[in-house]
Design a protein around this ligand. Structure first.
Ligand SMILES: Nc1ncnc2c1ncn2[C@@H]1O[C@H](COP(=O)(O)OP(=O)(O)O)[C@@H](O)[C@H]1O
Ligand SMILES: [Mg+2]
Length: 452
């Protein structure tokens, strides 16, 4: 078990800060520590796994923060990289660079480097791979599919074998880095379309990129999969400072709520009584629910705390750095994820050495889009409806919660055949009925004992 990686990054001063002769709020000690001066000239020493100062290179950030995680994900461990900080602190610059299709090697952000890193790390000797990409945005507590804007309220579910899942989200199967970048750029463009329709600025939503890398061993057909989640969070600045009103104020409150939920989850994870399982409030926001695997242990996680170097922004930077210090206490112990689902071979990435299937497109003519199975969701709804016919609403609600937590419900079937779903529904209903009957007997027994 190891702690998550936490780094701080200070962007260069912008024109306004330079014009104001801003004295700055940091003094470098070394690559891991610095002295921070707040607005009252009080000094604090901060230490992180690495500090990236104003002149830091995008490549260094990638190599330290993301590359080890990329390698793990290709080995079927889950990984998460999060950028945190106030608006304008450099989160998107660190994540995307100046543009996702930007060719300037020096300014390329984490995302395009991660894409290259994934494809470079594949080992074709004994495996074939299937790489899928989804992109969602959380705006006003709704999860929006950035590859299909009609899906504007995606639900978050938990599966025992696959962890947190987004049933029905569009998953694009990608075959090479160039195609992946094109898809990402389409998702980012869709974000802009959504923004103008809703008059939203990107700093008001959390943007989440999800890569799923599934591998099948040629020797024994064993399946494993790793999920890499990159999160560009909404700005963490305080409402009072932005002078927000009306809808903008509502947005800011929602962001603050989800970022405080993130803070609360981190507090619960790091302040829990040793040896006692404490309640972690993942369900308090969509953001914390999506990040449950990343924060809860089954993922190697890295956090980049982005800050302005300006004395004017010292209060926000201090709050960002304190958030990073707390997050550093989170422990993680990712494990290899074995899966039962088969790679969809018509889309597999295999060795480029003359293998004709590399770069092959979908037989349906739709080269890249493949929606994930909504059937698990539908069958769950059917099960719950049938239960409602027999039990009262409160009992069904209770059972639903217990079965979701236990991963019994919402487990999508591996084969999406109608008959299989039907069978799964019948099996689940009869096992639920048996459980309810058993519970009723026990309750009656307890009542009898009490009366005696
Ligand atoms: N490390 C950096 N080097 C150069 N410019 C940067 C750096 N970080 C941020 N910037 C610039 O600062 C501005 C704000 O950064 P941005 O990433 O959009 O902030 P955020 O996403 O946190 O709101 C952008 O113009 C961006 O290009
Ligand atoms: Mg941004």
């Amino acid at each position: 078990m190891s702690n998550i990686t936490v780094c701080a990054r200070f962007r260069p001063s912008n024109t306004q800060e330079k014009q104001n002769n801003d004295s700055g709020c940091i003094r470098c000690i070394d690559t891991e520590s610095f002295i921070f001066k707040d607005e009252k000239d009080e000094e604090f020493v901060f230490s992180f796994d690495r500090v990236f100062y104003e002149k830091s290179e995008q490549a260094d950030v990638y190599q330290f923060l993301a590359l080890p995680i990329v390698r793990d994900v290709v080995d079927a461990l889950n990984g998460t990289v999060i950028t945190y900080g106030q608006t304008g602190a450099g989160k998107t610059y660190s994540m995307e660079g100046l543009g996702i299709l930007e060719c300037d090697e020096q300014k390329k952000g984490l995302l395009p480097r991660v894409v290259e890193g994934i494809f470079d790390s594949l080992n074709f000797e004994d495996k074939i791979y299937s790489i899928k990409l989804s992109m969602v945005e959380i705006y006003m507590e709704k999860v929006r599919d950035l590859f299909d804007l009609s899906k504007d309220n995606i639900q978050i579910k938990e599966s025992k074998s696959r962890g947190i899942i987004l049933p029905g989200v569009t998953e694009i199967t990608v075959l090479d880095p160039a195609e992946t970048l094109q898809s990402l750029s389409r998702g980012i463009a869709n974000r802009a379309v959504g923004e103008t329709q809703m008059n939203v600025a990107s700093s008001r939503s959390h943007c989440i990129y999800i890569f799923t890398i599934q591998q099948e061993f040629s020797s024994d057909k064993r399946m494993r999969s790793g999920k890499l989640i990159l999160v560009d969070l909404a700005g963490s600045e305080k409402v009072e400072k932005t002078g927000a009103e009306g809808r903008v104020l509502e947005e800011a409150k929602t962001i603050n709520k989800s970022l405080s939920a993130l803070g609360n989850v981190i507090n619960s994870l790091t302040c829990g009584l040793q040896g006692k399982a404490s309640h972690i409030p993942y369900r308090d926001s969509k953001l914390t629910r999506i990040l449950q695997d990343a924060l809860g242990g089954n993922a190697r996680t890295a956090l980049l705390c982005c800050c302005s170097p300006s004395a004017l922004n010292a209060p926000e930077s201090l709050s960002t750095l304190r958030f990073g210090v707390r997050a550093k206490h989170i422990k993680a112990s990712p494990r290899v994820n074995y899966s039962e689902e088969k790679c969809d071979n018509s889309f597999s990435v295999s060795s480029p050495s003359g293998d004709t299937s590399f770069g092959a497109s979908s037989p349906s003519g739709d080269t890249s889009f493949s929606a994930s199975s909504p059937s698990g969701d539908e069958s769950s709804a059917t099960i719950l409806n049938k239960l409602r016919e027999k039990l009262n609403a409160e009992d069904v609600k209770l059972l639903e919660e217990v079965f979701i937590q236990e991963g019994i419900l919402f487990e999508p079937p591996s084969v999406e055949e109608e008959s299989d779903i039907e069978e799964l529904i019948l099996r689940t209903i009869s096992s639920l009925q048996a459980a309810v009957e058993e519970l009723t007997v026990t309750v009656n027994e307890v009542r009898t004992i009490k009366m005696c």
